[in-house]
Design a protein around this ligand. Structure first.
Ligand SMILES: [Zn+2]
Ligand SMILES: [Zn+2]
Length: 281
């Protein structure tokens, strides 16, 4: 490793004021080859030719990460540094490693569901970070409350509202954190449905987390269910678009009994069918 600051990644991610901020590392700027102009003269051939410099990719990836608005407190989060504490976390993490490797824009998304404090947001941020900084994809993280605020501008017909919706539709990977965190009004459901349907029709990947129960097994007294909060239409879109992975932590096995699928089937992958669900308690 030549640079101890960035580990030769070429970028550093800092907490920023509200959102995580990536910067090009001092070992790469000014670029020794092009002086940050993006073009260099290749004089190994005659006549010499002007070539595009690789550092353009680094700058674009950094810009894409910064446009993604990941929360400042998750600025360090990667799949690698996720600390498993129990439950299904190890299996989910391994699943995400494979998912990340095979990912290309438009593939099926993921919905991570389970109790608060099990690391779902960390894992989603780790994926977005990789997609932006390593793959150069456009990403966007949005907390559910903030999403509803953004969508309100569209619903109210405010200037720029359509642009906001359009940007959320067009981004390569959209991550919605804490989906269904509070009950929604009918107009909120309508506009959320519009967003999700448009991404579905455009074949764009969606990531989401929710603290609600997203299984379609038996009800558990006192537990809020995603299907009730987002209604059937959105729920069925989510099932079409995403693999549902249950994330549980160490409290899970000590605490609630019979709340969710058996431990031997902690993650559900692929489209769920009635028959697959038959063996869940
Ligand atoms: Zn460096
Ligand atoms: Zn350069």
């Amino acid at each position: 490793m030549n640079c101890r600051k960035c580990g030769d990644l070429g970028y550093i991610v800092e907490p920023g004021v509200e959102t995580a901020t990536a910067v090009v590392c001092s070992c790469r700027t000014p670029c020794p080859r092009c002086g940050d102009s993006g073009l260099w003269i290749d004089d190994s051939v005659l006549p010499p030719v002007s070539r595009s410099c690789d550092c353009r990719h680094l700058r674009r990836h950094v810009a894409r990460f910064n446009a993604g608005e990941l929360p400042a407190r998750f600025h360090r989060s990667t799949i690698e540094n996720f600390e498993e504490t129990g439950g299904t976390q190890a299996e989910v993490r391994m699943h995400l490693v494979r998912y990340r490797r095979a990912f290309s824009p438009g593939v099926r998304g993921l919905l991570l569901w389970g109790p608060p404090g099990t690391g779902k947001t960390h894992l989603i941020c780790g994926l977005l970070r990789h997609f932006a900084l390593e793959k150069g994809l456009s990403v966007r993280f949005v907390d559910f409350f903030h999403l509803l605020d953004l969508l309100k501008a569209t619903w109210d017909g405010n200037k720029g509202g359509d642009d906001i919706l359009e940007s959320l539709v067009q981004v390569d990977v959209l991550a919605i954190d804490e989906l269904g965190k509070r009950p929604m009004k009918p107009w909120e459901l309508a506009i959320l449905d519009q967003l999700i349907s448009r991404r579905y029709n455009a074949g764009r990947s969606l990531l989401a987390t929710t603290n609600l129960n997203a299984s379609d097994g038996a009800d558990v007294a006192g537990e809020r269910r995603l299907a009730d909060e987002v209604q059937e239409r959105i729920q069925s879109r989510l099932i079409e678009m995403c693999d549902f992975l249950q994330v549980t932590g160490p409290d899970y096995r000590r605490g609630k009994v019979g709340a969710a699928p058996a431990a031997s089937h902690p993650t559900r992958v692929g489209r769920r069918t009635r028959s697959e669900n038959a063996d869940t308690p």
